[in-house]
Write a protein that binds this ligand. Sequence first.
Ligand SMILES: Cc1ncc(C[n+]2csc(CCOP(=O)(O)OP(=O)(O)O)c2C)c(N)n1
Length: 195
Amino acid sequence: MITYEAFMQVLAKHRGNAIVLPTMTANTHWNNASKSKSRDLPTGGAMSKTSSIALGLALSQPNTKVIVLDGDGSLLMNLGSLATVAGKHPKNLVHFVMNNGVYSITGGQPIAADGIVDFSVMAKGAGYAAAFTFDDLEEFAVKAAEVFKTEGPVFVTIKTVPENQNEPIGRRRRDPNARTALQTVNDMRKELGSL
Ligand SMILES: Cc1ncc(C[n+]2csc(CCOP(=O)(O)OP(=O)(O)O)c2C)c(N)n1
């Protein structure tokens, strides 16, 4: 299994000028690793919708790589999005699912069919152009360049070590520098030259 922190370090090396959309547990870890925050579009409470937002961005910015860091519980809530993405053939979209087997943010409840469901097989079945699965950091580090060169939509399952949050949500430490949702969207619009 791969830790979020180590995965994010490898991703940061390969990100180039890609737009990155992290959600759930990936948000904090990507925020620590990203060197280009104006090209990040983190989404929090809109569970399961990040890949749909990413699809819109990928279609509107066809010459820019768009990377989604999805949660496995989130993806299960919006499985139809796999077919929607595949049907639009976004060549520039790379859709990662952080497969930690749980709803980490809400305390570690297991996802449906944990250990049985194979997201990469589902994505291929939905029509993604390619799908990979990584359970080992070294293997991902060696193949990452190939993953990002592959014509999309590309799907990547990353088997991640769960980091369960047991502190009640209202009592968790918040990043005092965190941008509001509106600031994040406005920053991205400026970055893309539409504001
Ligand atoms: C529509 C909707 N239902 C429920 C929630 C409550 N909720 C927030 S995070 C979460 C679990 C997310 O699990 P996963 O996508 O696997 O990410 P992880 O927490 O493991 O990083 C839930 C159920 C929500 N935000 N939105």
